[in-house]
Design a protein around this ligand. Structure first.
Ligand SMILES: [Zn+2]
Length: 454
């Protein structure tokens, strides 16, 4: 491994998104299918329900049509079937061989209902070190990097697990501050230990910008953070949010997650580079019909993942599992020169709103609102008075005005925002203005939707 290399793994990463890699994937997939059928009750039942055995699948095309993808939400039925007995549920979902190798468990943030478990096996450690090595390398982490890790540490999948993996990148020091510390302690700890990189949610990174002057006595830029690696919610992939964070921190802002990917430092956002063809099969399916979507430049669909070495799976442990994220892929070369096709998050399957037949994603609204900072703070909520996805127009938004905005300026500002929304998202929202800092700031995931229905 040389410090001037483009890649953490210079033998493997140049092969990403190439025909030889495709062939190697098919070889590995046959093992993965056999493992799932023989050793994972949950996957075997899925195949049996579809009337398929491993012997029926002769190619990647066969595989794409053999059975429907599964969503993590489907795990809930398993928990209910086993009467919330988590040990029995996990055994059914992951199989005896992997459960005997269980290392620890983390979960989704679980803001609603039972959190989805993410088990980690001893065999996962090497794979995780490899994949997070690739991510960290592309993010520019190198000896001397002091990474403030400010995701939730309590059970959260992006917390303690990432402490393990990034700290195995030689020379990188992880500062496990955690979102639970709260903004004041986060800012003070980063300053005290001279963090020069930060990984957290985009909403926390934005909140720190607002709080830094009061807590530290200077703007966040003076902390000297050079890289922001942001994930767990959209933000860093929204051009307006990214530009704003780059300007306020004086840092490179990268987007990570929703699969094994990280964006690059090319000035215009190019999506996240998929860095794991050798470990995971990536497919797109139509969100409505679940039919395969051909993998071509610009294609959009629900992303599905199949671990190619399921014994060592990281995040994904089942055949064709979807996180309910809609991706758009760019299959050609990236102007940054690094390997891997790219994917952008278009929205979440369950986030989509339908306003007069037009599909609208909260991330698109967030992009427009953030384009109006500093005349707005960037904080807003979508107020739903009926169960989504159907919304009777107009879509209702609560938006915070900027600190320096006079009331007399609001009607004109409102007209500008509505016009931009019409151009970008084909909606004409109704805006209710709020004073700055009215809406709750979350250190973990920000809920952009305010539910006013039962
Ligand atoms: Zn790139």
């Amino acid at each position: 491994m040389r410090e001037d290399s483009l890649y953490f793994n210079p033998d493997m990463e140049p092969l990403l998104n190439t025909p030889p890699m495709r062939e190697a994937q098919w070889e590995k997939l046959q093992h993965a299918i056999r493992f799932a059928y023989d050793k994972v009750p949950f996957d075997r039942e899925r195949m049996e329900a579809a009337g398929v055995t491993p012997a029926d699948i002769h190619s990647l095309d066969d595989y794409a049509r053999a059975f429907d993808p599964v969503r993590q939400a489907d795990f809930r039925q398993v928990f209910e079937r086993f009467d919330m007995d988590m040990q029995k549920s996990l055994l059914h979902l992951f199989g005896r061989e992997r459960m005997d190798d269980l290392h620890f468990i983390s979960t989704t943030s679980g803001t609603t209902g039972v959190p989805t478990p993410y088990p980690f096996f001893h065999k996962t450690l090497d794979l995780a070190t490899e994949l997070f090595g690739r991510v960290g390398w592309r993010a520019g982490f190198k000896p001397g990097t002091r990474l403030a890790l400010c995701f939730g540490l309590s059970m959260h999948v992006a917390g303690i697990p990432q402490v393990f993996w990034f700290s195995r990148l030689r020379g990188v020091t992880v500062l496990p501050i955690g979102a639970e510390a709260g903004t004041e302690r986060i800012l003070k700890s980063m300053k005290l230990f001279q963090a020069n990189a930060l990984t957290c949610t985009p909403s926390l990174a934005t909140y720190l910008v607002e709080k830094a002057p009061a807590v530290l006595g200077h703007p966040v830029r003076e902390l000297g953070i050079k890289t922001l690696l942001l994930g767990a919610e959209p933000g860093a992939g929204i051009p307006e949010v990214r530009r704003r964070l780059e300007a306020t921190y004086g840092a490179t802002v990268l987007d990570v997650g929703a699969g094994y990917g990280v964006s690059c430092d090319y000035p215009e956002y190019q999506g996240m580079h998929w860095i794991a063809d050798d470990h995971c099969l990536y497919e797109l399916v139509d969100p409505a019909t679940l039919e395969p979507v051909p993998f071509t430049d610009g294609a959009t669909g629900l992303a599905c993942f199949t671990p190619l070495a399921p014994e060592a799976g990281l995040f994904f442990h089942h055949l064709r599992i979807s996180m309910n994220d809609l991706h758009q892929v760019s299959t050609g070369p990236c102007p940054c020169g690094r390997s891997g096709f790219r994917y952008r998050i278009v929205g979440r399957g369950d986030d989509m709103l339908k306003v007069k037949g037009v599909s609208v994603y909260p991330a698109a609204i967030q992009g427009v609102i953030n384009g109006f900072v500093p005349r707005v703070t960037g904080a807003f909520r979508i107020v739903l008075t009926e169960r989504p996805p159907l919304v009777t127009p107009p879509l209702k938004l609560k938006v915070e005005t900027g600190e320096q905005v006079a009331e007399a300026e609001l009607p004109a500002l409102e007209r500008e925002i509505v016009e931009k929304m019409r151009a970008v998202a084909e909606i004409r929202p109704a805006i209710t203005w709020l004073p700055p800092n009215t809406l709750e700031r979350a250190t973990k995931k920000t809920q952009l939707i305010e539910k006013r229905y039962e």
